[in-house]
Design a protein around this ligand. Structure first.
Ligand code: FUC
Length: 788
């Protein structure tokens, strides 16, 4: 154990959970490390990724397993949802029945006549698929190996496995390169001629061919659909072995390396998927792989590694977080977690998990790939939990919460591309099911453009506000980057289409308010004509759309209409227990003081929305605090991630930290993956976003003389246990990059750089300061907000 005092001073103390297992020069604060192989436990293995390809390194001395994934390998197929002609009539009938509280009848009509015959729960919806496992037999007896060490270094995005066997020190290194679009593993030893292994591959798919030719092992196959009209996706993995010295021979379905000084396996993988409605099919995978491998044919391992490290570090290195206090980086990560449970003092582990969320987003979401799904892009099954899909009622949105404030703009592009494509089938679904303009998406989506209301479990799968929900992320990317071209070309068509859909679908309810019918509080129900969460989302959407229209100087009439409609949306309401109501019907609120449901959808207006702002909306804030206390602190992984952000927005840093402690103590696997359970990556991303939300918030817009700018609140929810620390490179809305330092719980230094010329207000406690900063300019301030 060591105590971190500032970045430089490190004092070694006796470890709480035993002796240090790592020499000082090996100790790295931003690494996960272990003194045992993962065997076959993937939640103990180390994830690598380049945004399209994933690789899990198990680190076994013999029988090494490298689980290879590619993010587009899905079962299922694209359907055009033209089969529901009577669905609009059914919707109208259901709306009336819901108003009359005849939910059973409404449910039946929706299920039988409104919902699609396709989608979630049917074969066409598909599931994210496993690809193949590379298997390496070294012949080294694991029991005779010493000095075993397995590590994932987040700063360089490289996993290493090292051990000594029979007097020889062996080392493997693995990474997934975004520039080269391949996954790589190298093998070295401290004596010449010692690298020998046999490489083969296994797959969970039945329809595959495996062949070894020269120095290449090729595995190709096709997903079985059981439907000749819809042939499954083609896939191919191509592993190429290079060596220095020794020899490489193809034997049966494997490649043997014998007596080499060093060797490298380069793994290419692809499918014939293309993100393009309506067919979603493109170039064959073998062509893609051959060209990926030929592009790097003359590039050495050293260069591949260097390009990868540069590319990775450019993104990863932008944010630094130091929380002074205990750091047990000298313990293997799994033992460190056990120690954390006892005293919750390891600030280094809290920081590591924060950076791990950033690392995982870089690994699972880069330009050219699909967005991060429920498992990022890692998968060990052909029937993963919830299909490993894109859940749009919280999970996918949460995946992208840290993209803005954690300075990872590039990682956002796959989401923008995917949503852009989704608006096309979404427009069909809007027309067919709702007779509406714009576009719609429902609870669950996939890479096949499924936007129709899914048939399984009927109303539960509705949640037509899903398109509006993901539009919040789409706007936020602009809010953080101030990238006008993105706003005009990408965000505006999405926002406008989502808003048009809701203009055509809002229903008047009691009191003349506008609300949603049919509506369903996510995973919680019941059918009603006004769960508040939906109107909170629509409030947000209209607000962003109005602002986008004004910035772009377009669609003034539409924006005016949105302003009028927004003012008529049912506002958040306080119920008889002093809580924020989840539903408009007071009868549904009877258990609000006891209900512990994991979804806290009625808190949307607090986070990720900004309709309720602590410090400004006092009564609603106290009601939100009550609701949060009623719901309690126990939760599944992602729900804890959400609650960290919520307590941060409610300005209670100690409560947010309690959730951090709960999450680390009860919802992490040994490789620090978030556990719903099972593994679900959203909780990792929710955690990372939440840590930053505790240090800086920028969601309140202040309108002054028709100009709007953001209120950048510094250290709004600093927990007492984080009394000394610093953070560099975090992003604020309005296009600012902020560095902060604090001591004894008090802000000491601020550095604010503008990415675009813009104004802002910065606030610390009750002190406020207005600033106008030119593009590229940096302002230095002290803890009292005086300019230095
Ligand atoms: C949401 C949650 C479930 C699960 C699923 C993938 O709908 O309610 O708990 O996390 O997504």
């Amino acid at each position: 154990m060591k105590i971190l005092l500032g970045a430089a001073m490190v004092i070694a103390l006796a470890g709480i959970a035993g002796e240090s297992k790592l020499s000082a020069d090996e100790s790295q604060d931003l690494s996960l490390w272990y003194d045992k192989p993962a065997g076959n436990d993937w939640s103990y293995a180390l994830p690598l990724g380049n945004g399209r390809l994933g690789l899990m390194v198990f680190g076994n001395v013999d029988n090494e397993r490298l689980m290879f994934n590619e993010d587009s390998l899905w079962s299922g197929w694209a359907v055009e949802d033209a089969n529901r002609e009577g669905s609009l009539e059914a919707l109208k009938k259901a709306r009336v029945l819901i108003q009359q509280k005849k939910n059973k009848e409404a449910d039946q009509i929706l299920l039988n006549d409104f919902c699609s015959l396709y989608g979630y729960g049917k074969k066409d919806f598909g599931a994210f698929q496993s690809f193949f496992d590379a298997r390496l037999v070294t012949g080294h007896n694991p029991d005779a190996a010493t000095n075993y060490h397995r590590k994932l270094d987040l700063e360089v995005g490289i996993a290493t496995v090292s051990y000594t066997y029979d007097g020889v020190a062996y080392k493997r290194e693995a990474f997934c390169s975004h520039p080269a679009q391949v996954s790589v593993m190298s093998f070295t030893a401290d004596k010449p001629g010692q690298i020998s292994f046999t490489l083969s591959a296994t797959s969970l798919h039945k329809k595959i061919e495996l062949s070894a030719q020269g120095n290449q092992l090729i595995l190709s196959g096709q997903i079985e659909t059981g439907n000749t009209n819809f042939p499954g996706m083609l896939f191919e993995g191509r592993m190429q072995v290079r060596s220095n010295g020794g020899n490489i021979t193809a034997k049966g379905n494997s490649i043997c390396v014998k007596g080499a000084d060093s060797a490298t396996i380069i793994m290419a993988g692809a499918t014939n998927y293309k993100l393009e409605y309506p067919k979603y099919r493109g170039t064959s995978p073998d062509k893609k792989n051959i060209s990926a491998l030929s592009r790097i044919a003359s590039i050495s391992y050293k260069e591949l590694r260097q390009k990868h490290v540069e590319d990775h570090a450019k993104l990863f290195g932008r944010v630094d977080l130091t929380l002074e206090g205990v750091s047990r980086s000298d313990l293997p990560t799994n033992e460190r977690m056990t120690a954390y449970k006892k005293d919750r003092t390891d600030r280094g582990l809290e920081t590591l998990l924060f950076q791990y969320g950033r690392y995982l987003l870089i690994a699972s979401s880069r330009l050219g790939g699909l967005p991060a799904n429920l498992q990022g892009l890692w998968n060990n099954s052909n029937t993963p939990p919830w299909n490993g899909d894109y859940h749009l009622n919280i999970n996918m949105e949460m995946n992208y919460w840290p993209a803005g404030n954690a300075n990872l703009d590039e990682c956002f592009h796959p989401l923008a591309d995917w949503v852009t494509d989704l608006t096309k089938p979404g427009a069909e679904s809007a027309k067919i099911h709702y007779g509406a303009r714009g576009w719609v998406a429902h609870h669950c989506a996939n890479p096949w453009g499924m936007t129709a209301p899914g048939p399984r479990r009927g109303v539960h799968m509705l949640e037509a506000e899903s398109g509006a929900f993901i539009s919040q992320n789409i706007w936020d990317h602009y809010a953080f980057t101030q990238d006008r071209k993105y706003l005009e070309k990408t965000a505006w068509p999405i926002l406008k289409g989502a808003a048009l859909f809701w203009i055509d679908n809002l229903q008047e309810v009691e009191g003349g308010y506008l609300a949603v019918n049919p509506s369903y509080s996510p995973e919680h129900g019941p059918l009603s004509d006004g769960a508040y969460y939906q109107t909170m989302i629509i409030w947000d959407l209209f607000t962003h759309c109005i602002e986008a229209g004004q910035i772009l100087g377009t669609d003034a009439k539409l924006c005016k209409q949105l302003q009028e409609l927004r003012s008529r949306l049912q506002p958040p309401e306080i119920g008889s227990y002093g809580q924020i109501c989840e539903w408009r019907d007071p009868n549904l609120e009877k258990n609000a003081n006891k209900d512990k449901h994991r979804h806290v959808s009625h808190m949307y207006a607090v986070y990720p929305g900004h309709q309720i702002i602590a410090g400004r909306d006092k009564e609603l804030t106290s009601a939100a605090i009550k609701s949060m206390n009623y719901r309690g602190d126990a939760a599944t992984g992602w729900s804890m991630g959400w609650k960290i952000n919520l307590w941060a927005r409610l300005l209670d840093g100690d409560h947010a930290h309690k959730l951090i402690g709960n999450l680390i103590s009860s919802r992490l696997y040994p490789n620090l993956w978030d556990s719903h359970p099972p593994f679900q990556i959203d909780g990792n991303f929710g955690y990372t976003a939440g840590v930053l939300e505790m240090l800086l918030q920028s969601h309140e817009q202040l309108i002054d003389k028709n100009e709007s700018h953001y209120n950048i609140v510094l250290l709004p929810a600093l927990p007492s246990v984080w009394s000394n620390g610093s953070v560099n490179g975090l992003c604020a809305r309005g296009g600012f990059i902020v560095d902060l330092s604090w001591k004894d719980g008090k802000l000491t230094k601020i550095m604010l750089t503008a990415r675009q010329t813009n104004s802002c207000v910065i606030s610390y406690g009750s002190t406020k300061k207005e600033l106008k900063v030119r593009k590229g300019e940096t302002v230095h301030l002290d803890g009292s907000l005086a300019i230095l």
